[in-house]
Design a binder for this molecule. Structure first.
Ligand SMILES: Nc1ncnc2c1ncn2[C@@H]1O[C@H](COP(=O)(O)OP(=O)(O)O)[C@@H](O)[C@H]1O
Ligand SMILES: [Mg+2]
Length: 376
């Protein structure tokens, strides 16, 4: 079999092509929503595959009727930061050529003069900076661009906004959310796919009755890719390198990282690098050690600022304690302080996405952090 020079596994960036597996049901559903103009909210922990999925769907939609516009607002720090990114993405992605884009800007954003820069990066070719301030355009005028552009190009526009939870961090966040919803809910030729990690913040924005975005769109919680789908994917990657891995070991890899997509690929890669011919216990063990080593600097940083009470809470959870947080025995066994202390601490740890709360109690959000704490 021919060997390839490209890496067998890819993690930490959004993936497509033959690095993208499964998600057949999710793709179909999102595609239908996009083509039928339904708003979508997509939530999952980090690195589960939201960005990859949305980009995949954007490729799959019927381009005769739908134009998708993708933007990542992770680095937007304020309302007008966002409006600039928003308008730039819409203008750049609805014009098929640079001339179209500039024409559209002249027609729809007459009060500003755009700055054009040619990128050395061939994938984007050029970028445009609009420099919109409240003097030139009101929030409502910018927020209504998708609907107006949709009418202009004669297609439905789906605006996909990645890392949407950032909205919750801005000054006057609530007011901005009201403005957004106020304008977008009247759009009939534009719809919105709002997605993000930071589960706590996303739930706060979308699942709270008092918040403007409550019931704005169809909520989707992206689930992990099932082990059964990882088995053929991972086995074929090993085969391409003349190596083999049995079902059992793929299952173990998936279990260890709680099927979290990025970690599945990362651990598979670490195991592959430790495999001579066929994956065995030693290769798996060595792969896990490599993974833990790679994660150590990040986990040290993340846990470095925690109080000893907070660390004790994590240790208790890692030790298998998920409920009974008011029991005196549990409190003293793990050194958690008073009942009210624990309640406050849990709130903070939930807000910071260290832990998640399920029907079965509290769990660590990051399965590899759990393993790392166990090893210490
Ligand atoms: N459908 C998929 N098939 C295979 N691997 C995936 C898939 N989706 C995500 N991954 C893995 O997870 C990593 C993170 O994906 P990404 O889309 O960036 O997640 P998110 O946007 O939820 O943080 C990717 O680099 C890849 O390793
Ligand atoms: Mg992402």
């Amino acid at each position: 079999m021919k060997k390839e020079a490209k890496p067998a596994f890819l993690y930490g960036v959004s993936v497509g092509g033959d690095n993208f597996t499964d998600r057949v049901r999710e793709t179909r559903r999102l595609k239908m929503n996009f083509e039928n103009g339904l708003n979508v909210i997509l939530i999952s922990p980090r690195r589960m595959g939201k960005t990859s999925l949305v980009k995949h769907v954007a490729q799959e939609v019927d381009k005769e009727i739908v134009q998708t516009v993708y933007m990542d607002i992770y680095d937007c720090r304020s309302e007008y930061d966002f409006y600039n990114k928003f308008a730039e993405a819409i203008m750049m992605q609805t014009g098929s050529k640079i001339e179209h884009t500039l024409d559209n800007i002249r027609q729809f954003l007459t009060r500003i003069s755009p700055k054009l820069s040619i990128n050395p990066d061939p994938s984007t070719e050029y970028s445009i900076s609009l420099g919109i301030t409240p003097k030139e355009y009101s929030p409502e005028e910018i927020l209504s661009l998708p609907e107006r552009m949709a009418n202009h190009i004669g297609k439905h526009i789906v605006v996909c906004i990645d890392e949407f939870q950032q909205v919750g961090e801005w000054p006057d966040s609530l007011l901005v959310q009201k403005r957004m919803r106020g304008v977008w809910q009247h759009h009939t030729h534009a719809s919105y796919c709002l997605f993000g990690s930071r589960q706590h913040m996303m739930n706060q924005l979308f699942q709270n009755k008092r918040m403007p975005f409550y019931q704005f769109g169809e909520p989707n919680y992206l689930q992990p890719i099932p082990t059964e789908d990882w088995i053929p994917f991972i086995q074929s990657k090993f085969e391409k390198k003349d190596l083999t891995i049995s079902d059992t070991y793929v299952r173990q890899i998936c279990d260890i990282v709680g099927n979290q997509s990025s970690y599945v690929q990362q651990l598979s890669w670490d195991v592959m690098l430790n495999t001579e011919k066929t994956v065995d216990d030693e290769a798996l063990e060595a792969g896990i050690n490599d993974l833990l080593m790679q994660c150590t600097p990040l986990f040290m940083e993340q846990t470095g600022g925690l109080t000893s009470y907070q660390l004790n809470l994590l240790r208790a959870i890692v030790d298998g304690q998920h409920t009974q947080w008011t029991s005196q025995e549990v409190l003293s066994k793990y050194g958690l302080g008073t009942k009210s202390n624990v309640a406050k601490m849990q709130k903070v740890m939930l807000e910071r996405d260290f832990i998640v709360s399920t029907e079965q109690g509290l769990f660590l959000a990051d399965p590899v952090m759990k393993l790392w704490l166990q090893h210490r």
